[in-house]
Design a binder for this molecule. Structure first.
Ligand SMILES: C[S@@+](CC[C@H](N)C(=O)[O-])C[C@H]1O[C@@H](n2cnc3c(N)ncnc32)[C@H](O)[C@@H]1O
Length: 157
C-alpha cells in the first residue's frame, strides 16, 4: 500500500516546512508516501468561495483514480485516538487497499463533489486548524501511527 496526502496551496511558513520535512523523512522508512500540492485558486477574478472550491475540486479530481481510497481531513469527521488510527491504517494495509489518498482542504474547505467522492473523513479535533497547520499535525500522526504499529518507543500511552 502507498499513501498520498493532497493539500491545497503551497506550505508557506518556514517552521511548517521544516516540521513537515522532519516527519516525511521519518515516514519514508515505513511506507511509500507522496505529498501532492494542488494550486490554491486565489480570488483574483472575483470568484466566489464556492467557485474557488469548485475549481480546486477539478484539480483534486485529476490527482485521484477510481480505485483510490479517499479520506478527507475534516473537523466534522470521525475522531480517532492515535492507537485507533494506527489500527485503522493497519486494517487497510492487510486488506486489498493499494492506495490511500488523504486530502486537506483549502482555506474554505471542500467542494460538495469532494465530499461525495470521499469514502470517509477523519477529524483531528473539533477545533478548526488552518489548512497550513493541519498538514503538519497530520504527518506527525501518520508517523506516530506507524511507530505504534512497529512497536517503537515514540508513542507513550
Ligand atoms: C480552515 S479549514 C476549512 C474550514 C471550513 N470552514 C470548512 O468548513 O471546512 C481548512 C482545511 O483544514 C482541514 N482541517 C482544519 N481543521 C481540521 C480538524 N480539526 N480536523 C481535520 N481537518 C481539519 C480540513 O481539511 C479543512 O478543509
Amino acid at each position: 500500500m502507498k499513501i498520498t496526502l493532497l493539500v491545497v496551496g503551497k506550505t508557506e511558513d518556514k517552521y511548517l516546512i521544516e516540521g513537515i520535512d522532519k516527519y516525511l523523512n521519518r515516514l519514508k522508512h515505513y511506507i511509500g508516501f507522496n505529498l501532492v500540492v494542488i494550486p490554491e485558486i486565489k480570488n483574483t477574478k472575483n470568484l466566489t468561495q464556492a467557485q474557488q472550491k469548485t475549481k480546486e475540486a477539478e484539480l483534486i479530481f485529476k490527482q485521484i483514480s477510481n480505485l483510490d481510497m479517499v479520506i478527507l481531513l475534516d473537523e466534522k469527521g470521525k475522531k480517532h485516538s492515535s492507537v485507533s488510527f494506527a489500527n485503522y491504517l493497519n486494517k487497510q494495509m492487510i486488506s486489498s487497499v493499494q492506495h490511500m489518498v488523504f486530502i486537506i482542504g483549502g482555506p474554505y474547505g471542500f467542494d460538495e463533489s469532494i465530499y461525495k467522492r470521499a469514502g470517509s473523513s477523519i477529524s483531528l479535533s473539533e477545533m478548526t486548524f488552518s489548512h497550513q497547520m493541519v498538514r503538519l499535525f497530520f504527518v506527525e500522526q501518520l508517523y506516530r501511527a506507524f511507530s505504534i504499529l512497529k512497536g517503537e518507543p515514540y508513542h507513550h500511552e
